[in-house]
Design a binder for this molecule. Structure first.
Ligand SMILES: CC(C)(COP(=O)(O)OP(=O)(O)OC[C@H]1O[C@@H](n2cnc3c(N)ncnc32)[C@H](O)[C@@H]1OP(=O)(O)O)[C@@H](O)C(=O)NCCC(=O)NCCS
Length: 232
């Protein structure tokens, strides 16, 4: 049987999972064109959050997210136990550089010392500089705009430091909160493939901004502070 007949999506997934479990990755020389320079995971301070690479000390916080069925409902992640969640986190700690197609970069979203979520970029096309963005939040910290703030900071990184032309997001059609988040950032299109350009991001609608329990003040942009130079 020709090799390609064996490569059903299911089998591809099994191969990919096995490779990832064994820590095996396709060698770089087989992975096509490269960006002129790698985009390395930054440390970013936003007004209320810190985004930075994952660390194994986050295992407890990561398990809270990974073991919650509500978090994974619309993701292709299983509900993970402590061992599985640690293994998953270990992989995430290694995903810190974008250079070639399908490279993946993930940042922990930290608030007051606790990891409350994750935002990520997949480099999909090196020539067109298209990246796919993902976001996940511990539901205990939902509805404060943290996920939007973190994703906005990562979008700025993608546009300014990676030179991305377009950011995409692939969202389950029933995942209303994720679709709402994407729209807050300026994404347009079908949930299956939402698109964000720099122009739309810069002209995104003002965010409803909660300063305390009772007062809502409308501000234009979320301030982003870069606390240190981006590592090259
Ligand atoms: C998708 C997901 C991250 C969205 O979480 P969220 O809590 O709705 O998003 P945010 O943290 O940005 O909070 C936005 C809400 O906070 C409110 N808010 C409060 N203070 C705010 C502020 N200062 N700034 C912005 N929004 C604020 C917004 O009005 C909005 O509320 P609304 O939903 O009632 O309109 C979360 O549902 C999740 O992790 N889901 C599981 C993982 C998943 O499916 N990921 C997507 C894969 S494509």
């Amino acid at each position: 049987m020709p090799a390609h007949r064996l490569e059903t999506p299911h089998l591809r997934e099994i191969i990919s999972n096995t490779r990832s479990m064994l820590g095996l990755r396709r060698p770089r020389f087989l992975r096509g064109p490269r960006l002129p320079k790698p985009a390395v995971a930054p440390i970013v301070a936003t007004e209320r959050l810190r985004l930075r690479p994952h660390e194994m000390k986050d295992a407890g916080d990561w398990l809270q997210i990974q073991s919650n069925p509500d978090v994974v409902r619309y993701l292709d992640w299983p509900v993970r136990n402590a061992v599985e969640s640690r293994r998953h986190l270990k992989h995430r700690t290694r995903h810190t550089v974008l250079l070639q197609a399908d490279d993946f970069l993930a940042l922990a979203v930290e608030r007051e010392g606790q990891v409350i979520g994750d935002v990520s970029l997949h480099l999909r096309d090196v020539h067109s500089k298209i990246v796919e963005m993902g976001w996940v939040l511990n539901p205990a910290h939902g509805r404060h705009g943290y996920a939007t703030e973190a994703a906005a900071a990562l979008a700025i990184f993608a546009f300014e430091h990676l030179g991305a032309c377009e950011i995409t997001a692939v969202i389950h059609e029933k995942n209303e909160r994720s679709i709402a988040l994407a729209k807050r950032l300026g994404f347009v299109g079908d949930p299956q493939r939402m698109l964000l350009t720099r122009e739309r991001f810069d002209s995104r609608p003002a965010l409803a901004y909660l300063t305390d329990e009772t007062e809502r003040v409308t501000t234009g942009q979320i301030p982003i502070v870069w606390p240190q130079p981006i590592a090259e």
